[in-house]
Write a protein that binds this ligand. Structure first.
Ligand code: WAQ
Ligand code: MG
Length: 250
């Protein structure tokens, strides 16, 4: 589902479902698009495409942890540390975080997809810098929904936003050429974001922006010499269903 008003991105969401689950899912997505903290959508599109079961991979979600920070400054410092631990140069981290905070589309606004950044040069690699790259065709496997909900409830985090971000980050981190991801929401009422990587897991940080700001987005840091079109094809099209990581009790 994608919702917008004029050039402004309002909301989007991706699911990978059995046919019999679609009707409920579509009405939930429609409700989300119509009633969104970024404002009322003018245009809503819901696209449904068939995915052959034989193409679907089954994988584990990244381990999840939360860094409690007191304010946005502490949160950004923590994100910086985690990205440097993931192998990125301080200077590129600084530059990329500033770009995300400023609104990375050419008009200075929010993109509906992610930026791809080469951490050697800081160059942006996504072919369309106005819209970025949207990751799609990922979800929980049907038998994992209950254990994931139970696990997240035990952490006080059982909501669709955390579930969707955790799944997205897990799909992105599966790709061997991804070094790390940085994300915070574009919803003015949601200040938690994360740094994710295959080694470091899904590391939530409780404040990454000031409340009230509607600037947010995602950066995928991509190893130098990555075949960008193959990466984009993976992100957009390759279907993956997720289960809890093995060290988590459902
Ligand atoms: N593919 C690529 N980029 C996306 C996608 C996608 N499927 N969905 C969203 N984005 C980009 C886009 O630029 C949005 O403006 C931006 O990310 C933020 O999207 O554990 O809610 O859906 O507490 O507002 C993270 C923390 C919340 C969750 C992220 O993002 C937690 C969030 P939002
Ligand atoms: Mg949003």
């Amino acid at each position: 589902m994608r919702a917008s008003r004029g050039d402004k991105h309002i909301s989007g969401s991706e699911r990978l479902l059995d046919v019999q689950e679609m009707e409920d899912a579509v009405s939930q997505l429609l409700r989300r698009a119509l009633d969104h903290p970024r404002g009322r959508a003018g245009h809503i599109s819901i696209t449904v495409q068939p995915v052959p079961i034989a193409q679907i991979r089954n994988c584990s979600l990244l381990p999840l942890m939360t860094h409690q920070v007191k304010n946005c400054q502490q949160g950004l410092d923590r994100a910086r540390e985690l990205l440097i631990q993931a192998g990125l140069k301080a200077e590129i981290v600084e530059q990329s975080m500033a770009l995300l905070a400023a609104g990375p589309s050419p008009q200075g606004g929010v993109m509906r997809g992610a930026m791809l950044i080469d951490p050697a040069s800081g160059a942006r690699l996504e072919p369309d810098q106005g819209s970025g790259v949207r990751v799609s065709r990922m979800d929980l496997s049907p038998e994992s929904r209950r254990p994931v909900a139970q696990f997240l409830s035990s952490c006080g985090l059982n909501n669709q936003r955390v579930i969707e971000a955790w799944i997205l980050a897990s799909k992105v981190a599966l790709y061997p050429q991804i070094v790390a991801e940085l994300c915070w929401s574009d919803d003015p009422d949601y200040v938690t974001g994360y740094v994710a990587s295959s080694e470091g897991g899904y590391q939530r940080i409780t404040h990454l922006k000031e409340a009230g700001s509607d600037i947010g987005g995602r950066i995928f840091f991509v190893k130098p010499a990555t075949e960008v079109l193959t990466l984009i094809n993976y992100l957009r099209h390759e279907p993956v269903l997720f289960r809890l990581p093995v060290n988590v009790e459902g």
